[in-house]
Design a protein around this ligand. Structure first.
Ligand code: SF4
Ligand code: SF4
Length: 369
């Protein structure tokens, strides 16, 4: 395993971090998976109160029992919906109890944006007041945030100076935070990346992505992880690992002294830019065509079509298409492309003047099993 400085915190973290959100449902099995990762050198492990139907913290706590506590860096999160110092204390105490820990290394303000920071966190009686007090008492070692907003907002959050580390989305399909990861490094912050293998999307094979590195790679996740780790500002790349095989494959990748060459990285970046342009030509995802009277989720269908046609992630795209409108994917509302009844209502609303009905037919032909 390779280890990297976690910003200027004086900590060395494993290049591969464990994201405990896709564990096997069987707790005994989940514990084995986590322990295999630790035995292979993973020392940064990240959970949250609501992962795995609220069982992830407990499972992680059981898995780390018996390992020297000071050798592991454990992270969990505060959901900021009803943000206040008291609410934060309640969630934090629950996390400590579930994990049976005396302290946590990284306590994240979970999934925040600039509005949440200014209106809910950085206020009198807000959660940061509790977090700072808990830090003074040694219950929290470092205050962190995870983030879902624009790169501009991320820049401002880094510049507040409140946080010692951050966990942000970054992968070969989504490079929006790339520059801000450099900025965080300059400011001495530790950076963990989430979605390192595309939130599962890059767990599927893509000849196109794999072919971007000279000599090829064994799998799409390998290339995805090597791409993330080739960013000098990334300290640890989190991967939500659900099996021992996945742990072993990722650990082998994160143990490489080399990741990808600057030339290979440039090639992947060029491929990304080209693919983003191609994807936008098919649909920018703006959503102006919605709602559809027959409930077809037009941008979501075109997103899957782009995974297939632009990125070569056909297996993943077909799986997502099949789940649309079923309880296999309750988070995404609306129906698949083949439910279009060609009423024609959507096309005049599209600022790109896309032939939506024809594209939906094409999408259904490519992805419907
Ligand atoms: S043409 Fe199809 S997708 Fe467009 S609004 Fe009508 S039913 Fe919905
Ligand atoms: S309006 Fe056009 S570009 Fe925007 S989501 Fe709908 S189809 Fe895509």
């Amino acid at each position: 395993m390779q280890y990297r400085d976690f910003g200027k915190l004086g900590i060395k973290v494993s290049a591969l971090g464990f994201g405990a959100m896709r564990l096997p449902e069987d707790q005994e099995e989940a514990i084995k998976v986590i322990r295999r990762a630790i035995d292979l050198g993973v020392n940064y492990l990240d959970t949250a109160p609501k992962y795995m139907k609220s069982t992830s913290e407990e499972t992680l706590g059981k898995a780390v029992k018996g390992y020297p506590r000071e050798k592991l860096y454990l992270s969990t999160k505060y959901p900021t919906e009803n943000a206040s110092a008291d609410d934060c204390r309640k969630w934090f105490e629950q996390s400590l109890q579930r994990m049976r820990l005396e302290y946590v290394d990284f306590y994240h303000m979970w999934g925040i944006n600039w509005k949440v920071f200014t209106e809910k966190l950085d206020v009198k009686g807000g959660p940061l007041e509790f977090a700072r007090k808990a830090k003074d008492e040694g219950l929290i070692r470092h205050i962190s945030f995870s983030f879902h907003d624009t790169p501009e907002a991320l820049h401002k959050l880094i510049d507040t100076g409140y946080f010692e580390s951050m966990t942000v989305q970054y992968n070969v399909l989504d490079r929006a935070n790339e520059q801000e990861i450099h900025h965080a490094k300059e400011k001495g912050m530790g950076v963990a990346t989430m979605g390192s293998v595309g939130g599962g999307r890059l767990g599927f094979p893509s000849e196109k992505i794999m072919g971007a590195v000279a000599g090829g790679v064994k799998s799409t996740p390998e290339l995805a992880l090597r791409f993330v780790l080739s960013h000098p500002g990334v300290s640890t790349a989190l991967s939500g690992m659900g099996s021992i095989e996945m742990v072993e494959e990722n650990a082998a990748t994160a143990s490489r002294p080399d990741q990808i060459s600057p030339e290979e990285r440039r090639r992947i970046e060029a491929m990304h830019d080209e693919n983003a342009k191609l994807a936008d030509l098919y649909c920018t995802g703006c959503g102006y065509c919605q709602p559809c009277p027959n409930d077809v989720n037009i941008p979501e269908n075109f997103k899957y079509m782009n995974y297939h046609r632009v990125w070569g992630l056909t297996e993943y795209a077909k799986k997502q298409y099949a789940a649309l409108g079923t309880d296999k994917n309750p988070w995404i509302k609306g129906l698949p492309a083949h439910e279009c009844i060609e009423c024609g209502e959507c096309e005049p609303k599209c600022p790109q003047h896309l032939p939506i009905m024809a594209q939906l037919k094409e999408t259904a032909a490519a992805l419907q099993s």
